[in-house]
Design a binder for this molecule. Sequence first.
Ligand SMILES: NC(=O)c1ccc[n+]([C@@H]2O[C@H](COP(=O)([O-])OP(=O)(O)OC[C@H]3O[C@@H](n4cnc5c(N)ncnc54)[C@H](OP(=O)(O)O)[C@@H]3O)[C@@H](O)[C@H]2O)c1
Length: 289
Amino acid sequence: MIAITGANGQLGRLVIQSLQRIAAGERIIAAVRSPAKAQDLKSAIVEIREADYDRPETLAKAFTGVDKLLLISANDLVSRWAQHKAAIDAAKAAGVKQIVYTSILHTDTSALVLTEDHRTTEAYIKASGVPYVFLRNGWYTENETAALAAVLSNGAFIGSSADGRISFAARADYAEAAARVLTSDGHAGAIYELAGDEAVTMAEFAGEAARLTGKPIAYVNLPQADYAGALLGAGLPPPLANMLADSSAKSATGGLFDDSRVLSRLIGRPTTPVRDTLAAALKAHAVAA
Ligand SMILES: NC(=O)c1ccc[n+]([C@@H]2O[C@H](COP(=O)([O-])OP(=O)(O)OC[C@H]3O[C@@H](n4cnc5c(N)ncnc54)[C@H](OP(=O)(O)O)[C@@H]3O)[C@@H](O)[C@H]2O)c1
């Protein structure tokens, strides 16, 4: 039996979709904070269980009978280490045989502030004695397309990455890799650095958006503090704004670059081109507008 935490999130839902395609005969537990919001995930092979990182009693129940657990890192930048610890403790107590954890690219050597919780979590999983796989996910292309409405109205992407190359891949690529790892053997102890085949600067990213829309879209590079200020001004909470500005600034010196192509090898196809993710986001934006 395979369980996925955070299964109601954007990555979790894509993992479930991939598992529905490739995990014939498996039982899948969508472990979610709010079962009421996840009812559409239910299927012949998918069962919904409540699993709230902040309520350990729900985790103990949710992980009963589970062989492999995909622990999707939490999105609360302030308290997520404690949340991960609760999930790992519950998995160990329930006798889970393997924890597959979505970490971040180059966790052990990276200077990104974002990596701190992931480093602590990886170390705790290793110390738990439960066999593990670390999926060190690189940057989602969708992190940039999320701001598309503002980009289109301002005619610019903003950031602090200067000429740094970022190895973008689509969320669906990382989800597919997780599904492949969950449904095949031989991964115990593996640490996969996952990133897109294509590494582009944000100026090139903006250029692609300009070509797709036929409108002038530039990339404006800002000092880190100014970029953080712009994100705060746009309403992002301070921990998220500061983390994004730190990650962007450090990508200027290769903090989000990786050319190992492990991700495309794991999923057996090239990663999704930036152009395709941008085109899909533009289409969704046009439909919503
Ligand atoms: N590599 C990258 O570029 C990148 C970018 C963004 C995020 N990430 C990381 O990857 C993770 C997955 O990404 P995503 O895009 O799927 O994020 P997401 O859409 O924000 O999903 C996060 C999920 O976590 C769930 N959650 C929040 N608090 C919880 C709690 N106390 N107990 C149980 N579940 C809880 C949320 O549940 P509800 O549905 O109930 O709110 C949501 O379903 C993020 O959480 C973050 O750690 C990576």
